[in-house]
Every structure is written in C-alpha cells, then in structure tokens.
Design a protein around this ligand. Sequence first.
Ligand code: C2E
Ligand code: CA
Ligand code: CA
Length: 720
Amino acid sequence: MGTTKKPLALIILSLVFVVTVLFLVNEYKSERSETAEAVYKETGELLDDVADEANRFGNERVGELELIAKYIAIVVDDKEELQSFLKKQNSKMPYFAGLGFISPDGEIMAADGSRFFVKERESFERAMSGHITTSELFTFEQNPELQVTAISVPVNKDGKVIGVLSGVFSMSEIIHRLVSDTSLLGTVYLIKDEQVVYTSGDEISEGDSTHKSKRILNEIAKSPSGVVVEDEKTAHYLFYKTAWNDWVTAVDSAGHPDMEKMSAKRWHYIFIVSLVLLTSIGSYLYMLRLEKRQQRAVRQDVLTQLGNHVKLEEDVNYYQRKKQKSCTIILINLREFKNINNWAGHEMGDYILMEVGKRLSDALVERHMTYRIGGGEFVVLLPGYRTRKQSEEITANLCELIQRPFEIVNHETVCLRVYAGIRNIDIKSKENAAKFIHDVVFACQEARRLTEVPYAYFTDELAHLDNERKLFVKELSDALNREEFKLFYQPIFSFQEDRIVSFESLLRWESPKLGMVSPLEFIPLLEESGMILEVGDWIIQEAALQVTKWRSEGFPELYVTVNVSVKQLLDESFISRVQDILLETKASPDSLVFEITESVVVEDSEKALQTVTKLNDLGISTALDDFGTGYSSLAILSLLPFQYLKVDRSFLDDLDGADSQAASVLRGIVSIASGLGQVTVMEGVETKEHLDVLKEIGADRIQGYYFSKPVPPNQAFKLL
Ligand code: C2E
Ligand code: CA
Ligand code: CA
C-alpha cells in the first residue's frame, strides 16, 4: 500500500463515520419529535377526558339531587319516612360521601341517621334562597381525612323553600376512580381554590407534591393558553382546563413511557455510533497492520525469513545516510548451488539455504544482520568501522562456517564451497547503497577466480577493474554491429584418412581500441549479459556460409564445428533459430557439428539431452567438448548421444611416452568412446611426440598448434 493510500483511507473512513453519525442523529431526532408529538396529542386528549368527566359528573348529580328534593317535599313531615328514603337513596349513590336534608335552622339529618350542623353557611343560605349551589372545599365531619364539596338543592313545597338537600362528595375520589379506570399516560392533577386536592402520581412524597403543586399553579398563572411546555426535548407538557365548579384539571406528561423509551433508545443510538466508530478505527488499524505486513513481505525472503535485497539497500542507506556510520557488507555466494538443486532436488536445496541462513544469523560476529539477496547469495551487514584485516578475518570465519558439512537424511552430509566479496563503507563515501551493493557483487565475482582465499576485498584496484570491465562491456556490446567479430578456423586432422576432415570455428574480436581480445576474456561477458544469443546466431550463420562455400569449392565432405554456449543451448527458441539459419544459408546440416562443453551437460543434463536429441534429429551432429575438465566422469559419455568426443588438452600435459600412466588413461577413454561409436578428437596437440603417442593409442583425430593455429578462412582454405 502506498503512502498516498493511507490518508485517503483515513478520509473515507472518517466520511463513512460522519455520514453514519449524521444519519443516526437525524433518525433519532425525527423519531423523538414524532413521539413528542404523539405525547402532546395524548396528553391533551387525556385532559379533555378528565375535564369532561368532571363536568358530566357535576351536572348529573345536580339533576339527581333535584329529583330527590321533589320527593323529599312530599315526605318531609314524616321524619321516619324521610330518614329511610334518604338511606335508600344514599345506598344507590355510592359516589356521595354523605347525603342529608338540612332544615331551615341549619340542622342536618344525614342518611345514616346522624345529626350535624351546617358548616358551609354561605352556600346553605344561597340554597335556602332558592339557588342550586356548590360549596367551597371543606373537611367532612364524619371523616376529617376527606376534603369534600357539597351540592345543595332547595326543597320547595307549595312555592316555598322548606329546607335544603345536600349531597357531599370528594372530587378527588371521583377523579381517582376515573383515572384508575384508564391506562393513564400522564399525571393528573385536580386543583381547587389554588390548592392541589388530587394527584394521580401516587409515588411522589408529600414534600414533592406541595412543591409540584406550587409549580403547577405558578405555571398556570403565567400561561393562560392551557398548555405549558416545560421541556420540548423530553416532551414534558402541562395541559390544564377549568371544569365544573371552577375545578382546574391538569395533566402533566412528564415521565411518559414512550419518552422514557426514547431515552433508552438514545443509548441504543449511542451504542451504534460507538460501534461504527470502533469499526472505523478497527478497520484503519487493521489496514495499517496489513500494510506493515505487506511492507515486511516486500523486504523479506520468503524461504529463510531473512531480509532481501530491498531491505539490504534500505539498511545500508540507513546506516550511511541517517546514522552517518561506517559499515561492512559481506556477500557470500554458494558455489555451484544450482547443482545441489539439480542433483538433490529443490527440497534439499531449500533446506540447505535455510540452514545457511541460520548459521549466518547465529554466527558469533559482532552485532550483525543477515540477508538473502538471490539464489545462493547471502549478505552479512556489520555496522561500525573495521579495518580491512578485521573484515577479512570475519569473512574467512563466515566462509569456514558455511563450508562445514551439512547433515542431511540418513547421516549423510553435504559440503558447500563458497566465495565472498567484502566492501567496507566509509562515512565519507558519497556513493549510494545500490553502488555499494554493486561493488560487493563485483568483488565477489572476482573472488570466484581466486584459489588462495575464498574472498576478495573491494579495493581501489578492483574499482578500477570494475570501470575497465564496464568500458569493456560497452565496447563489446557494439562489436557485433561494428563487424569487429571474426571467425578463425583450426584444422582437425584424421589419422585414418590422413587429411584435414574439418575445422573448429573459433571466435575472434579485433577491437580498434583494445586490440585482439581472447575469447576466454569476452565470452563469459557475452554470456553474462545475454549478448551471446545474438552473437551465437551470427557465429552459426557465418560458419554455415563458410562451410557451404568450401564444400562448393571441391571439399564436399568437409564440416565445421561450432562452439555453442550454455545460454544458447538452454534458450527456448534455440532449435527453431538453428532451423531458420539452415534455411537461410542453404547449408547442409551434416556440414555442421555443435561442440557442447562438458560442464553444461553436468549442470542440466535433462535439458541438454533434449536439445542434443533435437539437433541430431535436424541432422546436426554434436561433440562433447573439453572432456576431462571439471566433473569428468566416464558415465557422462553414455549419458548423451554425442557423435564426437573432444578430449581436453590437459591430458597431454603428463603424456610422455606410450607407456606412461596418462597414456593408459587415454587409451581407456578412446576404447570406451569407440565402444559407444564416438569419434575421439584430441585437442591441443603441439608436438610430434604427442602425435605419435596418440596415433599409437588409437585416437581418431587430432587438433592443435602442431598442425596450425586457428587462422582466417582464406589461410584455412590454403591448408586444405
Ligand atoms: P575450446 O572450445 O576448447 O577451443 C580450443 C581452444 O584451444 C582455442 O582457444 C584454441 O585456440 C586453443 N588451442 C588449439 N590448439 C591448441 C594448442 O595446441 N595449444 C594450446 N595451448 N591451445 C590450443 P581460443 O580460440 O582462445 O578459445 C578459447 C575458448 O573460447 C574455446 O575453448 C571456447 O570455449 C571459447 N570459444 C571460442 N570461440 C567460441 C565461439 O565461437 N563460441 C563459443 N561459445 N565459445 C567460443
Ligand atoms: Ca571447442
Ligand atoms: Ca575444447
């Protein structure tokens, strides 16, 4: 993940969070205001119900009392009858706390037979003067706990008021009954004479109640509209209305369960918001972790878990640039590591790589870091200054450590050989990390050739050599286009036919700047850079044209051998390009023999077998070149279908006389080769003695300075 992605992701996550929060807040608000509206409506309706009921109750009672008063007028003289009538009526009307007839002198005959005197004088007198009256609140004498109101109706007989019928009731009890019948969603108050006489909120204490009453009365006094909005947020409203006999009914919506639910919901919403917030933060942290892991993966070698070349470059940079510290880079390369993969399989190869990594990491060097930067390439980075001698000692120890045997299955052991490069980096160096790594790789390549010690220290001379090498490579890369390459030919003599039967084509580079350069010097570079493919095609083409020309000039059986390098042989399109060249040059396939060096066959025998077989199918014969160098084994002879065996000239070094040991070895090789139907060619024959011995041994053909050095085509033709 790039660094630009991090803030972008942060912005997106924050945006998601903000949008979600806004949405939820909006959702919550609209739900709350809907609920508040419902509460408002419900509270108003409840108030209407309560007030209507109070009115209805009052009016109905007045009507009933008037009816009773009419009958009382009839029985008023018979005290007993009056008493029993009152009792009967009272039992029918449970809402009356008391029912009584008051005689003009103010004595009350109650329905239960007890006698009292008028308390509410004023309303009694008003009733005596012919009006239906309702009294103020007073304490009921029979039950001093009760606050009651009396409705008094005049009793008329013959057009004269003869007394008053009075019904006493507790309005608060009436309202209480009414309220308990309904599923009340607010607190109902009943107020009379600026005093709260009833409240349905029975859970509130007395102190609370008086406090509340005062507040309600205050509010009512302040707002004449009938609605007091106490708190819009919690939908706390106070509705009130004046009803029958100046009773004020009020409903308080505080603590409405729907609103309570809303506040519970608020927590619900807060929970969701927190969840979204946590998820956003979580995603971001997860992303950071993922990024870190990715970054680590980019810097890590999967197999050994060591740092890779990216990490190495970063670390070198870090020490040199940031910490301004000297350091030493040691590159250790496993010699012919590829062979282990080929021989023992990739699993074993991987195992050994891991073991090498472990050994280097656990090595008792100072504070050091270990990396694997390529197939068999390991690097140890040592921060701090040290002399060349110190660095070389450390490197020698590390090389020794890796060259100790590795135990593999069944107590078998494998030994590796290594070569190493060392680069000390001074604080003052102005080059960058990439250059230092390049230097150490160069030093390591140099070490490959050394025999005394397995390591090379990057010195000024090596730097100079490196520059020369670069210049050389630059010249080399232009050589083909500038037509600086030539093919020389060296004759191959047949004992049996007693004449030159073929030529080996050998590449020459005549550089105007560098002079005549040996193929031993530049062919490895062509191979390294891949240029060998293009140059190789040119060589085959040139040789094919030459041999075709010679054949047409009177030597129809002549053939030319062409050296083919590893890179060419392992290239996928090699065979098809050879076919193309044969077509273009009209050369006969039997006029060419491809020489393949022994080490290629050892390195990748399977692939070599495939290509050699395909070449044979095309009609091109093959020769095993440089036999006896490297991993010479007689078994290799039968491995691939070669028609020729070119024995390396090193065999001739110890060849003095036909009875020498070297002679018997050669005799053995010749006999095995002929047994396999292969023609033997002895390379590097320089003397008459060699010639004689080889003839005696039974070698088929010989090649060497004895006959001729490699020469340009026109001279070669003369030799024929
Ligand atoms: P090689 O294939 O073993 O070639 C034989 C080398 O031995 C040639 O060296 C040749 O000049 C040298 N030689 C021949 N007779 C004698 C002798 O009597 N005494 C001594 N001391 N040396 C003798 P040259 O031409 O310098 O080539 C060196 C190597 O470069 C070749 O070894 C071959 O591996 C490679 N090479 C040369 N030309 C080509 C080419 O066209 N393509 C490829 N891929 N490699 C080539
Ligand atoms: Ca050769
Ligand atoms: Ca050779």
